[in-house]
Design a protein around this ligand. Sequence first.
Ligand code: NAI
Length: 334
Amino acid sequence: MKHTITLIPGDGIGPEVSKAVQVILAAAGVSIEWEEVKTIGDIDDRSSYLIESGVLESIRKNHVALKGPLATAVAFGPPSINVGLRKALDLYANVRPVKNLAGVQTRFQNVDLVLIRENTEDLYAGLEHEVVPGVVESLKIITEKASTRIARFGFEYARKWGRKKIHAIHKANIMKMSDGLFLTSTRKVASQFSDIEYKELIIDNACMQMVLNPTQFDMLLLTNLYGDIMSDLAAGLVGGLGVVPSGNIGETDAIFEAVHGTAPDIAGKGIANPTALLMSALMMLRHIGENAAALNIEGALYKVYREGKSLTRDVGGSATTAQFTEAVVRAFEK
Ligand code: NAI
């Protein structure tokens, strides 16, 4: 079956890692017609990007997109396009599997967990204003509706993928109303899933537990800001942002993307690691039912990492993006 998928190559190393993923998926025999939407390179021109690029129309039509990183200005300029895309398409669930990759040296082995982050509200609602000069207010929005929806997504995900335990992460001892509402909503959903063990942890303790003993966790359910921070912390446990994937999933549409940024320091040099985007593409293939192809590519990727001869610099090798890509293609089960 032929799939039409929106491709947002992104900025910086985005086009380089996107090309590598396209080559690998084509070599695996997955039939994909890529509908590529252009990126606007200048940050100042980005306010109208979502409308002018046609990206929203393309994703609404195809329902699935693969996305490279997009640059966002820090502390000035228009809001992040990444956040804009998630909001416009109501991609309320951010899914981040975090797992050791054989061949990547890390402090811990056997880490295998999934973080589910609420993607649409919390402090990311973007509601900030100056009350008086020198005083700024930023609103943390938590609703029963969004909390219940993300909790349900998390528990259903656990059932679908054979996970056994969910920790809800919060700071309801201090933010009794907002994080309290997230917890009470989650508890109601948890009570309907007696087959999944449900626990709660305060965010600061959860961070400490993660760096002491990450293998105790199976799935974490988090509001937007805690999820953003803890998912990068978790990525660090298995080798960093270059080797972890993510999916932003809504009722009808989904965008799969690497969690790293545009890596301006190495852009254009041909040395970027496409692993994170490739793993995101594997999540995407499973999302569209191409499980066999995903398994085949995953096997080839793991083999290249186990052998360790064609790895890129960020994971201790000296291969270029093209050499790594070739190695994965050569490693397919024929
Ligand atoms: P970054 O992830 O781009 O870079 C951090 C470090 O990791 C750099 O040394 C970089 O060379 C390295 N790195 C990242 N990805 C790599 C890869 N695939 N292969 C090899 N090395 C890799 O983070 P930074 O510098 O904080 O952000 C740069 C830009 O990216 C910013 O404009 C930021 O807003 C944007 N960004 C976009 C994201 C997205 O589109 N989802 C996510 C994170 C950042």
